[in-house]
Each structure stands twice: as structure tokens, then as C-alpha cells.
Write a protein that binds this ligand. Structure first.
Ligand code: ADP
Ligand code: MG
Length: 392
């Protein structure tokens, strides 16, 4: 999807009011909580927004609204699309001066678009636009109708929840010196963060000492868990290797869970297993040392430092957990579906049955099979790594 920041400057405040009204009425802004005014009018959320409601909510006169809808139709018509929603978010950021210009798209995630943008000082930042609903898993289609009748609006609403959650976690993690991008701004379904000059671990064909990186990554998983958190999608796509020093930076937080989540151990093990599997396949590196959820969790009681409870810090940071329930259910379902599907359309994979490192089914790069560095026996310094151990 094309993003055009230049348009932002030419939108009048009336046009903005109309678009905002459209987004409110159509439900992108809230799932069920109708605003007082909407209740008053006896209306529900509308996928297709009637002009009469736009007139009421925007507070503009009928003629004015019609004229504006005419000009906005270029973007959205009367149905709020991601294009229109992007526009509202970008306008908010542009008003706050956190974004001044939009550059190239650098990534298309499964459910996001990633752009390089610049702030008013020309500093490069990364804009992530959440696009939930872009892919649908069979389980979600069949088991539960997340979308109801208002398909696109519900997905936009979920995307906003995802952005709010991701931003809340990024802020708390950054404040506690976790290696994550610097959070800059958030509006609706978009987050703005520092640009990391890095490449995804996925692209690393060979490293001199896989054991070192392996234990750094396991350390990170442990550090998250000691802080009460599980990343939940800790894989080679969401770990960036910084160009300047080779250090790993972790991204992508909408699916993070607390260590007190009912499936915490399952999520934790999956993160650990993702790394183990990747190292086995890519670097032919395998270690019997890896962290165990129970060992970390049992250590936790007693210490008063707030690193133990970042899950609670995030919860207390003004982020609306009640509202987030629907997103959480969605994320849980997606996780479980990924697990069941193995890896079909999801390169981040579920539980592999393919444990021998032979059948690299992802096959986007032929270099993968070549990187046998004979370093598979290198061991991790478990003391330094701080990895609770039990052996296999
Ligand atoms: P998704 O949720 O769709 O997986 P991610 O947050 O993982 O989206 O980002 C997708 C890709 O965009 C990453 O793999 C990375 O290449 C790039 N990217 C994301 N955030 C940054 C950043 N802050 N700096 C540099 N590249 C980034
Ligand atoms: Mg990702």
C-alpha cells in the first residue's frame, strides 16, 4: 500500500473531522464502547458509514460534509479502509512533529508494513503500520468469528490494540535497558521507533562463534522471563543483528505475554525451541544447555527489584488491559494455529517435527545448507550465560 505523507499537509481540519467521524462510527476506534453520542442516536458501529451520522458526529453542516466526502472518496469512499486509517495516524504524528516525511517501505511483515520515515530534523525512524486481518488462519475462520459483520473495522480496531500493546511493551523494555528499538510515538494502529541499522538473524549465513550468539539469545529469553515477560515470537525474523557491533536487538512485541499467563510455559518453551532449531539447522550448532521455565520462575520469589515485574509495570502504564482481551484471544488462537500448521504459510514455524536439520523446508536461501562450520561442538559458558540448567 502506498503511503503519501504529502497529502497530510493539504487536508483541512474539516476534512479531518469528517474522516475522524467515519472512523469512530465504523468502529475502528472501539469494539463495543459506543460513544455517548452514538448511543443517543441509537446507532451501532457501521461498516458502511451513513452520511447522516457523519454529519452529526463531525458537527459540520450537511453541505460541507458532502463536499468533503467527495474529496475524501479519493482515499476511502465512505468505508474506512486502512488507507484512511493510515492517514489519520500519520496526521497525528505529523501534528506532533514526530514524522515529517515518509520514505521507502523496507518491510512487509505478515501483518504489518514497515516504512522508513524522517522526523523534522531529518533523523531516520521506522514506522510500523499494523495490518491485522491481512492473513487469516483457518482456525480463526472456522472456530471463531472475530470479525463479525464489520470486517475491516474490527481488524482496524485490533490493529490499534496491537500497536498500543507493542508500544507499551517497547517503552518499558527500553526504559529497562533491554536491547529493543527506541520507542518514539504511537497513533492508532501505528508505532514509530528508532531505526536499527541491522539485518535479521534470518539473513546470517555464517558466524564464527554460534555458541556465543546462542547463549546471548538464551540469556535474553531468561532476562525477559526474570522480568516477568515472554516475547512469544522469538525467532530469526524478530532478532536483528546490529551492523556496528553484531549485538542482537529484539523487535515485534504485540504477542508478548506475562510469565503468569496460563500458557506461559508453553510460550517460553516455544521461544527457546525456535532458537535451538534455528541454530541446529543454520549453524549445525546444538547445545544441551538451554533455559527451563520452572527453574527461572521458582527463582523469582523474594527479590524485590522491579526487573522481576515488568509485566506489572506494563499493565500499570495506562495501557488498557480490559480492551486488550480480544487481541489476546486472537494472538493465542494464531499461536496455536501456527503450532498446528507446523510452518506452512508461516516461516517463523510452529513445532518442527523435523528435528534433524536435514529438511530445511523454508528454502528461501540456498546458502542455508552450505553453512556447516564444524563448530557444532562448541559449548556455551553456562555460568556466564546465567542459564538455569538441568541438562537434557
Ligand atoms: P511483523 O510484526 O510484521 O513481523 P516486525 O516488527 O517484525 O513486523 O518488522 C518486520 C521487519 O521490518 C523486520 O524483520 C525488520 O527487517 C524490519 N524492521 C522492523 N523494525 C525495525 C527497526 N526498528 N529498525 C530496522 N528495521 C526494522
Ligand atoms: Mg516480526
Amino acid at each position: 500500500m502506498k503511503l503519501d505523507a504529502t497529502d497530510l499537509r493539504y487536508v483541512t481540519s474539516d476534512e479531518f473531522r469528517v474522516l475522524t467521524a467515519v472512523s469512530r462510527i465504523n468502529g475502528a476506534e472501539s469494539a463495543d464502547n459506543l460513544t455517548g453520542r452514538q448511543v443517543e442516536m441509537g446507532s451501532k458501529n457501521h461498516e458502511i458509514v451513513p452520511t447522516v451520522l457523519i454529519v452529526k458526529i463531525s458537527g459540520l453542516r450537511n453541505g460541507g460534509v458532502n463536499k468533503i466526502l467527495g474529496s475524501l472518496a479519493k482515499h476511502d469512499g465512505y468505508r474506512l479502509t486502512y488507507g484512511g486509517y493510515d492517514f489519520l495516524a500519520m496526521r497525528a504524528m505529523s501534528k506532533r512533529d514526530t514524522v515529517q516525511s515518509v520514505g521507502n517501505q523496507i518491510g512487509v511483515g505478515k501483518e504489518s508494513d514497515i516504512y522508513i520515515v524522517a522526523d523534522k530534523d531529518g533523523q531516520e525512524l521506522v514506522l510500523k503500520l499494523h495490518r491485522l486481518g491481512r492473513i487469516s488462519f483457518r482456525a480463526i475462520k472456522s472456530k471463531r468469528d472475530y470479525m463479525g459483520k464489520r470486517k475491516s473495522a474490527s481488524w482496524m480496531y485490533m490493529s490499534r490494540l496491537a500497536a498500543e500493546k507493542e508500544y507499551a511493551f517497547m517503552k518499558v523494555l527500553y526504559q529497562h535497558d533491554f536491547p529493543v528499538p527506541r520507542p518514539v510515538d504511537q497513533a492508532r494502529h501505528c508505532i514509530l521507533m528508532g531505526f536499527i541499522d541491522a539485518y535479521p538473524l534470518r539473513q546470517v549465513a555464517d558466524i564464527p562463534s554460534p555458541g556465543k550468539l546462542y547463549s546471548e539469545l538464551m540469556d535474553l529469553i531468561v532476562r525477559f522471563a526474570r522480568a516477568g515477560l515472554i516475547h512469544g515470537d522469538f525467532n530469526e525474523f524478530n532478532i536483528l543483528i546490529r551492523r556496528e557491533d553484531g549485538n542482537p536487538i529484539v523487535i515485534d512485541f504485540p504477542q508478548m505475554v506475562s510469565t503468569s499467563h496460563k500458557n506461559a510455559e508453553w510460550y517460553f518453551n516455544r521461544d527457546v525451541e525456535c532458537i535451538r532449531r534455528f541454530f541446529r539447522r543454520r549453524f549445525r550448532y546444538e547445545s544441551s544447555i538451554y533455559p527451563r521455565f520452572r527453574a527461572i520462575n521458582s527463582e523469582k520469589s523474594g527479590d524485590g527489584s522491579d526487573e522481576w515485574h515488568l509485566d506489572l509495570v506494563v499493565a500499570a502504564s495506562g495501557w488498557n488491559q480490559g480492551e486488550q482481551k480480544v487481541l489476546e484471544e486472537y494472538m493465542d488462537t494464531v499461536s496455536q494455529e501456527q503450532e498446528r500448521a507446523g510452518s506452512d504459510d508461516d516461516e517463523s514455524e510452529g513445532s518442527g517435527d523435523d528435528e534433524d536439520g536435514e529438511g530445511e523446508e523454508e528454502g528461501t536461501s540456498s546458502s542455508e545448507e552450505e553453512d556447516v562450520d564444524g563448530n557444532g561442538g562448541e559449548d556455551v559458558d553456562e555460568e556466564a550465560a546465567g542459564i538455569p540448567q538441568e541438562g537434557t
